[in-house]
Write a protein that binds this ligand. Structure first.
Ligand SMILES: O=C(O)CCC(=O)C(=O)O
Ligand SMILES: [Fe+2]
Length: 396
């Protein structure tokens, strides 16, 4: 097999220190969001207090901040530095890391060689299918999707899936060189930070505390990933042509999205009255939002919030905006059926889509990723069929 998965013996080049951009001086219309101090989680009554605080907040809008989550700004900045190094590579180098048939052959070889993996040979297809088929593992070049008719996006992503054998893929040198650190960072989020959030949501739903955690284990095959992202800046003329949009209003596909502090103002949330508010990046915080699968599971009690990315204010308009996000998705095979929650029963909430019960969370996520490549719906009817007759909504 030609691909090298990791190079333990290789000395890592020191990473240049990443300096975060200064905040905008503009006084923007910021969304008023609640902040959960996760250091309270293990104190007596802490979980219950945080759950009560969160319950209030997510009724309003499915976005909130967390602080004291156990990763320092230095840990976070090192991840930004890794992303920056990767995006500075020439395009020819980066496109090698898109899902491809070459990779498929390579993975099949690997599975053949490993006892115990024959059972998932059939799954290998879905694990390594290309981006156009909904595989987000690896590189997504800019221009993969349309924003306005004939106008393509300016966003590059590098998605690092979990470091488990079924999801391994060929990685660029920068990831191989810092693999241990990336895995440590990823596991801290997956095995600690999001587990706490899932406990809080289970408490809100009056379910056993570990109920949601069970469907989100690091060893589960799922579409969870750490994402490095860059929005290349546009000129004022280009921004006018694109109606200032870098990413159309959308909801995220999985369970939760965690957005590490990104001082370049550009993210906006659609409020219940249809207005857009900016999300302020507070020092030491992660912005978290609820995504589609939690909306399905809670018959719409938890809202998969609509958000978009627009041109930054004038003092940040020249910056190529780097992002670092963690996308939490459920174990692939879990169904989108409404959970058996006493709270939801009491509220008499009914599923918003009858066909969701039998759809696998992984298939939903993949269908949404696929739908996000190339054409986005335009005009008055900004809806796109996803799977099982269910549509996703987009907003300008
Ligand atoms: O870059 C951001 O602030 C948000 C990105 C986002 O919404 C997404 O990738 O789904
Ligand atoms: Fe998003």
């Amino acid at each position: 097999m030609a691909a090298v998965q990791s190079m333990p013996g290789l000395p890592s080049k020191p990473l240049p220190k990443y300096e975060q951009e200064p905040e905008s001086k503009f006084d923007l219309e910021w969304a008023d969001l609640v902040t959960l101090d996760l250091s309270q989680f293990d104190t007596p009554g802490g979980k219950e207090r945080l759950a009560a605080q969160l319950k209030e907040a997510i009724h309003n809008v499915g976005f909130f901040y967390i602080t004291n989550f156990g990763l320092s700004q230095d840990d976070v900045d090192r991840q930004f530095a890794i992303g920056k190094e990767f995006f500075s590579l020439p395009t020819e180098e980066k496109v090698k890391y898109k899902g491809s048939s070459l990779q498929r052959g390579c993975l099949l070889d690997r599975f053949d060689l490993r006892p115990g993996f024959s059972a998932i040979l059939d799954d290998a297809d879905f694990l390594v299918a290309d981006l156009m088929n909904g595989n987000y593992n690896g590189y997504r070049p800019k221009g993969s999707g349309e924003i306005l008719p004939g106008k393509r996006d300016n966003v590059e992503m590098y998605n690092v899936f979990k470091f488990i054998p079924q999801l391994e893929r060929e990685q660029p040198a920068i990831v191989n060189e810092h693999r241990e650190e990336i895995e440590r960072f990823q596991r801290k989020i997956a095995e600690d930070v999001v587990q706490k959030l899932l406990v809080l949501i289970s408490i809100i739903l009056e379910l056993p505390e570990d109920y949601l955690a069970k469907g989100h284990q690091y060893d589960d095959v799922s579409e969870c990933h750490l994402r490095y992202m860059i929005y290349r800046h546009r000129t004022p003329e280009e921004n006018a042509e694109y109606q200032n949009l870098y990413s159309k209003g959308h909801s995220d596909f999985g369970s939760l999205t965690l957005l590490f502090r990104q001082p370049v103002a550009a993210l906006q949330i659609r409020m219940p009255d249809g207005s857009w508010k900016w999300v302020k990046p507070y020092p030491g915080s992660i912005t978290v939002n609820i995504a589609d699968v939690l909306q399905f599971w809670t018959a719409g009690y938890l809202k998969s919030s609509i958000h978009r990315v627009v041109a930054p204010p004038a003092d940040q308009a020249h910056i190529d905006r780097l992002g670092l996000l963690y996308f939490l998705r459920p174990a692939y095979d879990l169904k989108l059926k409404t959970l058996d929650s006493p709270l939801l029963k009491r509220l008499g909430l009914k599923p918003e889509n009858d066909t969701a019960d039998e759809i696998k969370a992984g298939d939903w996520v993949r269908a949404r990723v696929k739908g996000n490549q190339d054409k986005v719906p335009q005009g008055g009817n900004l809806e796109k069929p996803v799977i099982g007759g269910i549509k996703a909504k987009y907003y300008d």
